[in-house]
Design a binder for this molecule. Structure first.
Ligand code: BYC
Length: 317
């Protein structure tokens, strides 16, 4: 990683001017080390989330209820893999290689979204992942389209287009269950009961407890706070649940006329802290699977590397 602790006042002023004037910081621009480190942390975590997020859904490809659903699910999971690759490439512009980012994940130094440490137990969970998890991700990512780091901002614009299809297919699959037999409706409700609170946790700790938010907002890396985005998601999801006759599992959920928003109950932050510390229901399984897949794919990367070396040698000869 480039060290640039020694900088001139004009370099810092140029950086701050760009941020203040809504211009994007580009890879070759000078940037403070702390900015580089924070963008890399967030982007690499985001990339890891896209890739690890393929696991709970991948678990259902062979058991999708119809060919139609299977095709949709396959396409969606492939999109998520593509988002991961795209984000790794964008993050590499900060001077850290994808191999280094993946190693940090395997060493437990880099995180990925807490939500993917919960199991997908029934087909209804696939609907919930699309409706709620992608739904929450879009709320966050639409906001990040205006993030101050150019490659991240452009990645978000492209990724959001696909995420909205993901959310729609999840909601559509959930709607079918909610309007189906008594057993199907019960399965959808059970899945909603299990995914609702973890989906709210995706936005991170409350603003008052968020370690990075203040600085990230000043750099315009984050454009809206964790709590603002979480509230937007709740306000969108509640009428969607009502429309299909499902019950949000929160006795304290209530429309607040004055705020023009829903009030909602307390999030279990102890559970969140346990999950991000590596002790969620599936943390070990998710990481072990990723490490195994990485090892099993090594021969492919070796072969591609050897082919590239040969191609270059031929070009020189
Ligand atoms: N999970 O100061 P804070 C998808 C950590 S995938 C885990 O608020 P920040 C999809 C945080 O990292 C899309 N850790 O942090 C794929 C920090 O710890 P460190 C995923 C979390 O960065 C497949 C500490 O808590 N989206 O769509 O300012 C299938 C303090 O937090 C979480 C993204 O990755 C969490 N939920 O704000 C379906 C969005 N929350 O790093 C769908 C990009 C907090 O100091 N990321 N932490 O050890 C972001 O927008 C921000 O990083 C966050 C957190 C809002 C998540």
């Amino acid at each position: 990683m480039t060290e640039n602790t020694a900088h001139t006042d004009s370099q810092l002023a140029a950086f701050e001017d760009k941020v203040a004037n809504e211009q994007r910081i580009e890879p070759k621009d000078w940037m403070p080390d702390a900015f580089r480190k924070t963008v890399l942390r967030q982007m690499s975590q985001h990339a890891h989330s896209e890739v690890i997020g393929m696991q709970p859904e991948g678990n259902w490809i062979t058991r999708a209820p119809t060919l139609h659903r299977k095709v949709i699910l396959l396409a969606k999971i492939q999109d998520e893999g593509g988002h991961g690759l795209y984000l790794y490439s964008a993050a590499e512009t900060l001077g850290t290689t994808r191999e280094e980012m993946v190693q940090a994940l395997h060493d437990g130094k880099a995180k990925y979204a807490s939500i993917f440490n919960y199991p997908a137990l029934t087909w209804a969970d696939i609907g919930m992942i699309g409706w709620l998890v992608d739904g929450a991700a879009i709320v966050n990512q639409v906001s990040l389209q205006r993030t101050s780091y150019g490659p991240y901002s452009r990645a978000m614009i492209r990724i959001c287009k696909e995420e909205s299809f993901h959310q729609r297919q999840g909601y559509a699959a959930t709607m079918v269950l909610a309007r189906g037999s008594t057993a199907q409706k019960a399965m959808a409700q059970d899945a909603l009961n299990r995914w609702w609170w973890p989906a709210l946790m995706m936005f991170g700790p409350h603003d008052s407890d968020s370690a990075h938010s203040g600085q990230s907002m000043r750099w315009k890396l984050k454009r809206e706070s964790n709590d603002v985005l979480r509230q937007r998601f709740v306000d969108q999801a509640v009428p969607q649940a009502e429309f299909i006759g499902l019950q949000i599992p929160d006795p304290n959920l209530k429309w607040n006329e004055e705020r023009g928003s829903y009030d909602f109950g307390a999030i279990d932050w102890d559970e969140f802290m346990q999950v991000i510390a590596g002790n969620g229901p599936c943390n070990r399984q998710r990481l072990a699977h990723h490490i195994r897949a990485q090892q099993e794919g090594q021969w492919v990367r070796d072969a591609m590397h050897a082919y590239e070396l040969k191609r270059q040698a031929r070009a020189v000869a």
